[in-house]
Design a protein around this ligand. Structure first.
Ligand code: UDP
Ligand code: MG
Length: 312
């Protein structure tokens, strides 16, 4: 097994005991004849069922397979599982895929073919052209994307999933981002690189149920907003500007009409403006500290060409 690993599959697993074996078989079947060398990085994210035992069984039954099994000490969440996967994946291409067979391994083959055919493309991200869930959930997700795209400098592609395949340089950068409050969709977008959005149709979950309740999704959405914008911390500044403008208007009217009432209004608003100014100063500094604390790279050099002597 000396040939290099062409593709790594990162597979976060939480209570997937009835899926992991089928998933493994599906991958083997879909990749046969298409992807010569690949590894699977399974992360058991503190499952309460027999997922880990099933993974060990896959390992025992397939001694020649390139399998990496990570067992978390408890449930840390899918974001942590993906992070761990990126630390262990060594393939030229790296794919993040769910274990429940909603995302078919055949689509991974299409992603790899696309990357092979398009050297300028760094990442292929799958997105659901027609979402499974309509109604309330669908509407909430639409609102989330509208909101986050209006307040964040990072662009979020609506309906893009974590299901994607990227080249090694992009995977290296993702692995280097060590922020604790993670939001993969934001990370993938923040690191840049050319991403092609490939439409796909998600299948039904093979077995088990989704671990995302409405509350969990709401918290996750909040995580996304808080991780990718400091807009809420800047709100006092906008309020301060509005109050200051109000105070100025009151002052002009008070002077023009020689009205003590408007004068008092001006005084009240001026006091509020001063208070809001103090708050906005704290907010602005906090926003800086918050972004610094993430310790994201200052820039990401995708290519670097130099002259002959410098290379020696
Ligand atoms: N998952 C995980 N940790 C968690 C929750 C989910 O590793 O705390 C995994 C899960 O096993 C699956 C993937 O993340 O492989 C997506 O989860 P799920 O199918 O529940 O989400 P949905 O498809 O409904 O968005
Ligand atoms: Mg699923």
């Amino acid at each position: 097994m000396s040939d290099r690993v062409r593709l790594s599959l990162i597979v976060p697993c939480y209570n997937e005991q009835d899926n992991v074996e089928k998933f493994y078989e599906a991958v083997v079947g879909a990749f046969r004849g298409h992807i010569p060398s690949y590894e699977l990085v399974f992360i058991n994210d503190g499952s309460a069922d027999g997922t880990w035992e099933r993974l060990l069984k896959i390992r025992a039954d397939n001694p020649d397979a390139r399998l990496k099994l990570v067992n978390f000490s408890r449930n840390f969440g899918k974001e942590a599982a993906m992070y761990s996967g990126f630390q262990h994946a060594v393939g030229d291409y790296v794919t993040v895929i769910d274990a429940d067979l909603q995302q078919r391994p055949e689509v991974v083959v299409q992603m790899v073919d696309y990357l092979d055919a398009n050297p300028g493309c760094d990442c292929v991200a799958a997105f659901q052209q027609t979402r499974r869930e309509g109604g309330f959930m669908g509407a909430c997700k639409k609102i989330f994307y509208k909101l986050i795209n209006s307040v964040s400098e990072t662009r979020f592609y609506p309906d893009a999933s974590d299901f994607r395949t990227m080249r090694r340089p992009m995977a290296d950068v993702v692995a280097r981002l060590t922020e604790h409050h993670r939001f993969a969709k934001g990370i993938f977008s923040w690191v840049g690189f050319n991403t092609y959005y490939m439409p796909y149709v998600a299948d039904e979950r093979n077995a088990g149920t989704t671990s995302w309740s409405f509350i969990k999704l709401l918290k996750y959405a909040l995580e996304g907003i808080m991780s990718y914008t400091t807009f809420p911390l800047k709100l006092p500044l906008y309020l301060c500007a509005m109050l200051g403008f109000g105070a100025l208007v009151c002052l002009v009217v008070a002077l023009a009409a020689a009205s003590p009432a408007w004068g008092w209004a001006c005084f009240g608003l001026a006091l509020c403006t001063v208070q809001m100014l103090a708050l906005s100063m704290i907010g602005l500094y906090l926003a800086h500290v918050y972004m610094e604390e993430k310790k994201r790279p200052i820039c990401i050099e995708k290519d670097y060409l130099t002259y002959k002597e410098a290379e020696d």
